[in-house]
Ligand binder design. Structure first.
Ligand code: SF4
Length: 128
């Protein structure tokens, strides 16, 4: 049987235009929702980034003040604070690598490694 003699077989599926319109509307609504969700996520991320940048700026201000105080305080002696003796440095937030053991149970703070301790120190007095 030649190609021309084959019986005509249709593979056309009739689809309702209304159904197609409905499907397109549904997909458009889903796409709009995805876009809206994405916009909200982007806004939230931008707000968080702005908050982190502000916090970072604030920390930089605090750190620069702390470094200045650690260099000008009368109790800073060769980069070590002579005023504070801490028995449990980690409990008060002094990192291990900034602790210098001295005689007895107390420890001193290495200001070059942890000048932040000077930031809010009530004992600060300018060196004269
Ligand atoms: S500001 Fe406070 S922590 Fe810093 S050196 Fe002076 S006394 Fe020590």
């Amino acid at each position: 049987m030649s190609y021309a003699e084959e019986p005509f077989r249709t593979n056309i599926v009739l689809v309702s235009v209304t159904d197609l319109e409905s499907e397109v509307k549904s997909l458009k609504a889903e796409l709009d929702k995805v876009k809206e969700d994405q916009r909200k996520v982007s806004e939230e991320a931008a707000k968080r980034i702005e908050g982190l940048e502000r916090a970072l700026s604030w920390l930089n201000v605090v750190r620069s003040q702390a470094v200045w105080k650690s260099r000008t305080c009368r109790y800073a002696n060769n980069g070590i604070c002579d005023a504070w003796n801490v028995s449990d440095p980690e409990r008060v937030g002094v990192p291990k690598d900034a602790v210098i053991a001295v005689e007895g149970p107390f420890k001193k703070v290495d200001l070059q490694k942890f000048p932040e301790i000077c930031a809010v120190c009530p004992l600060y007095e300018v060196r004269k």
